[in-house]
Design a protein around this ligand. Structure first.
Ligand SMILES: [Zn+2]
Length: 351
């Protein structure tokens, strides 16, 4: 298989260019790819008016950058994100991404944190299978998980998310389009569009991949207000999205009370659990142990600050000090804990 790679540049800053893989141009030998190059590039640029093209090329699949995928069970693959905050070094590749290959189609569970990562995930999938891309499930609204979605839509995938996700993204899109390239660099983000899902769900939904099914379960506001879990039937693998963090400090962007309630009444155990960040675990109990301790300590410390009559400005450092013994287990502890303390304070202030 050959892949079409367009050199795309920012119209406003023509020196800022990046190679963009266009999935519509993928397939066949070099001649077939070259026959499509002009029209696919022109169509794609028409949909990305902030970019200009500077030529394209066709490369064999094995020469295109591809994410590293680890097979957890037959047909179930995961890309492990970097256990840290967004940075130029990790290019925004911090979330765990899942791929489930059924007998008839491939599902993607979170398409990555940038256009660039989505492209590298597409190339990695094509090294494994020629089956069509089917459901592309967004576990929640955060861009480190979903910014690669447009690549998968161009590849023919159907973007599926919780019904609350489009509003959540709309409220934050303009901020993210500025803040994220500043954190990860212009190149991986160049051409990234935060696309709306083609399909939203408001209740448990089962998707057939042929030979296995995925069950999507929306969750009441917890990590965010658009969380869902995904369970693969054949392998009994549970993908929790960011309802479970390991190693990277949990980010509270929904409801602490709701998150603790989900942890207190979790879904049934699975053969393995893929958290949103951090290593795959053998059980949900193992996966969630550190996070449960962290969020419980956060709740207790905020409650103590409120009981002591502290205002926000005194409570945040007090909570950070109370949680400090937990710091060695977590990356990006200080900055995230300070934000979590403020968020939990705002939520619990009126309890
Ligand atoms: Zn998240």
């Amino acid at each position: 298989m050959h892949l079409l790679i367009l050199t795309a540049c920012l119209a406003a800053s023509p020196g800022d260019c990046a190679p963009r893989l266009l999935p519509q141009g993928a397939g066949g030998d070099a001649a077939a790819c070259q026959a499509r190059g002009d029209s696919v590039s022109a169509d794609w640029l028409a949909g990305h008016p902030d970019l200009t093209g500077k030529g394209w090329t066709c490369v064999p699949l094995d020469q295109a950058p591809a994410l590293e995928l680890t097979e957890l069970a037959p047909g179930v693959h995961v890309h492990r994100g970097a256990d840290g905050p967004l940075s130029r070094e990790n290019r925004g590749r911090i979330a765990n991404l899942g791929v489930v290959i059924g007998d008839q189609r491939v599902a993607v569970i979170d398409p990555g944190g940038s256009r660039e990562e989505g492209e590298a995930l597409f190339a990695a999938i094509r090294r494994l299978t020629d089956l069509p891309i089917g459901p592309v499930i967004l576990t929640h609204m955060h861009p480190d998980h979903i910014a690669g979605a447009e690549v998968m839509a161009e590849a023919g995938g159907e973007i599926i998310a919780d019904a609350r996700l489009p509003d959540a993204i709309a409220a934050r899109r303009e901020t993210w389009l500025e803040s994220i390239p500043a954190q990860i660099g212009a190149q991986p983000w160049l051409g990234t569009a935060l696309v709306a899902p083609a399909r939203v769900i408001a209740a448990e939904t089962t998707l057939d991949l042929g030979g296995t099914t995925l069950t999507l379960t929306p969750v009441a506001t917890a990590h965010t207000d658009s969380d869902l879990t995904v369970r693969d039937a054949r392998s009994d693998t549970l993908f929790t999205g960011d309802l479970v963090f390991r190693r990277l400090t949990p980010v509270l962007d929904g409801s602490l009370k709701g998150w603790l309630a989900w942890l207190a009444a979790p879904p049934p155990e699975a053969a393995r659990v893929v958290p949103g960040h951090g290593p795959v675990a053998a059980t949900l109990a193992e996966a969630a142990a550190d996070e449960t301790a962290y969020l419980g300590a956060l709740r207790d410390a905020v409650r103590a600050a409120l009981d002591a009559g502290q205002g926000l400005s005194a409570a945040v450092p007090a909570v950070a000090a109370a949680l400090a013994p937990l710091a060695p287990a977590w990356a990006d502890f200080d900055a995230t804990t300070a934000r979590n303390a403020a968020a939990a304070f705002a939520e619990m202030e009126w309890d």
